[in-house]
Design a protein around this ligand. Structure first.
Ligand code: GZL
Length: 333
């Protein structure tokens, strides 16, 4: 489970909308940056090392960050790590060389960050964690964490299942598509879900494997699950993209997703709401990617040496099929 330095939720906020995208240079180019200290135009310079572009959630998160930087007048140096930790580490080192004012990133996995974060600290560059957490014991390596409580998301998924099967005693066989191995959302969503269902022996996770948060892998792993398990009652997917890939596999196997196999998912992208409307997904636990505006506010504060909360969590909901149609038009991602 992701190490939580402090669980003080000092601001439950709902991130705002998005504006036009700003121009961004790849992290490997550009001059030194700063808040007027020698940066080309006096703008605050933020280096952002993104996980990749693996899911609809990630695409929305990237757009939110880019649009918010534009709106805030912040020069953004953006890097896409293609889900590889070594690329994120390289990007952070480049940002250090470029003397950016602030570094922000979503750690693709929880471990292995202390060395590069110490380099940032020694260079006097504050770091903000967004979306995913690290398990570093040294909490001085980053100023704040902005994102969701993934354990709570897993618990919400489990609570829905307990309610859905309340009063029954027949076995309920569950297959689980985990997110990226070693990532905070995968570790915590798994732990939260297991915690929520552990009190009732009818619930059995008969298979659990990573689908790496992508549709393609989600479909592939679900195909394998269907081949090796005749009697699957429930799919718990750690994100919508894997759930949507799995739904294709379920239908190709001649079964009805949402009916023969109930589908629980996390994120809340538009396609998942459409699938809920089509009765193919039963419940979606929301995970808000629209963190851009809050990230820019935090970046300005840390650059100015102001105090910031150690943890800023986003407000999120749980949506069931009967709410999908009404909620769909208002979905921002
Ligand atoms: C969660 C985020 C996860 C999403 C996936 O905050 O890190 O990564 O749930 C995304 O869709 O790929």
């Amino acid at each position: 489970m992701a190490h939580r330095a402090l669980r003080i939720i000092t601001a439950a906020v709902l991130a705002g909308g998005v504006l036009t995208a700003c121009t961004t240079e790849p992290a490997t180019t550009g001059t030194t940056g700063g808040t007027g200290k020698g940066s080309s135009d006096g703008k605050l310079v933020l280096g952002f090392a993104q996980v990749g572009a693996e899911s609809g959630w990630r695409t929305a998160n990237t757009k939110s960050v880019r649009d918010a930087a534009e709106k805030a007048g912040i020069e953004l140096k953006f890097s896409d790590a293609q889900q590889k930790q070594e690329n994120q580490i390289k990007a952070i080192r480049t940002f250090i060389q470029q003397k950016v004012d602030v570094i922000a990133f979503s750690p693709v996995v929880e471990s292995g960050w202390d060395t590069v974060l110490k380099e940032a600290k020694n260079a006097g560059i504050p770091v903000i964690l967004t979306d995913r957490a690290v398990d570093s014991q040294d909490t001085s390596l980053y100023r704040t964490f902005l994102g969701s409580d993934f354990v709570k998301e897993g618990q919400e998924a489990g609570k829905w299942l307990v309610k859905e099967y309340g009063g029954t005693s027949a076995p309920v066989n569950i297959v689980e598509l985990q997110g990226t191995t070693g990532s905070a959302p995968a570790n915590d969503r798994k732990a939260g879900f297991a915690e929520a269902i552990k009190g009732d022996p009818k619930f059995k996770v008969v298979a659990s494997q990573t689908g790496d948060f992508t549709r393609a892998k989600g479909k592939e792993v679900m195909q394998a699950f269907l081949k090796s398990h005749e009697d699957i009652d429930v799919l718990y997917a750690h994100n919508d993209d894997m759930a949507l890939g799995a739904i294709q596999a379920i239908e190709e196997a001649g079964k009805k997703p949402g009916t023969d196999i109930k589908v629980i998912s996390v994120d809340g992208i538009k396609d998942a709401f459409v699938a809920m409307k089509e009765k193919k997904i039963n419940v979606v636990v929301e995970c808000n990617p629209l963190l851009g505006d809050q990230l820019m506010e935090l970046a300005k504060k840390v650059a100015a040496g102001e105090d910031v909360p150690r943890r800023v969590e986003t407000k999120e909901g749980v949506f069931t099929q009967d709410q999908a149609a009404a909620a769909l038009p208002g979905r921002q991602y």
